[in-house]
Design a protein around this ligand. Sequence first.
Ligand SMILES: Nc1nc2c(c(=O)[nH]1)N[C@H]1C(S)=C(S)[C@@H](COP(=O)(O)O)O[C@H]1N2
Ligand SMILES: [Mo]
Length: 255
Amino acid sequence: MVYRPTRRGFLTAGLVGIAPIVLSGCDVFGLARSQAVIDALGSADDLARHLQRLIGGDALAPEFEEAEMSPVFRTNGNTMPSSTTYQTLAAGGFSGWSLGLDGLVERPVRFTLAEIMAMPARTQITRHDCVEGWSAIGKWTGVPLGHLLGEAGLRAEARYVVFHCADEFDGSNYYESIDLADARHPQTILAYAMNGAPLSIGHGAPLRLRVERQLGYKHAKYVMQIEVVASLAGIGGGRGGYWEDAIGYDWYAGI
Ligand SMILES: Nc1nc2c(c(=O)[nH]1)N[C@H]1C(S)=C(S)[C@@H](COP(=O)(O)O)O[C@H]1N2
Ligand SMILES: [Mo]
């Protein structure tokens, strides 16, 4: 049996005021419900993120057994970027593709897919939860994002990691972003394989983010460039992600 914390239930219980037994006597949730604290943190979105950090900043998302993998793992959102650049790279089996990592780093770096596949790898069987109401359990293999960040070296001002993608909706490129706590989390990987096979184009080839403690839209597919920034204000519409900008989805989509 694999250990499965129920983070969502735990958080929800705390937020509606049913003090979890392990925290009885602790005033973390009472404090967090006070309007002064919500004002100080800026929003309920920030509150959820800070709460998740308080009760276990590096807690792992549940992992599953091979036998629990979903027989069908659907695709969602874009399933084939329309740009000529991407389609040319795909036609060449992504041999001409490379990932750039720049912004607030000591040394901007660029890696081919072969170089990324030769790096330390992590495989994890996790459940993907889409905000639209479906879930699937799949196996992902990739390089921990923390390893890549270590190769480039973060500058002191670094706060967020932004993923620029190859695809677009209505002329706006898909993008997503996470903070450094999630960027360095051991289950945050850039995956090039799914269910033991090379990542398909539908699922985000050649490289897609897995950030297991957050909802599906945070898991950027078709990652072309990674940028480290101090603020999300200058990126896209300024809310940290395509759907955050377009329809107001939460930036911190904790599960
Ligand atoms: N680049 C890009 N990443 C994306 C999307 C997208 O349309 N474009 N859709 C998101 C959503 S809403 C979900 S649920 C997952 C779906 O991943 P899958 O197609 O591998 O199931 O990708 C996320 N990442
Ligand atoms: Mo989604």
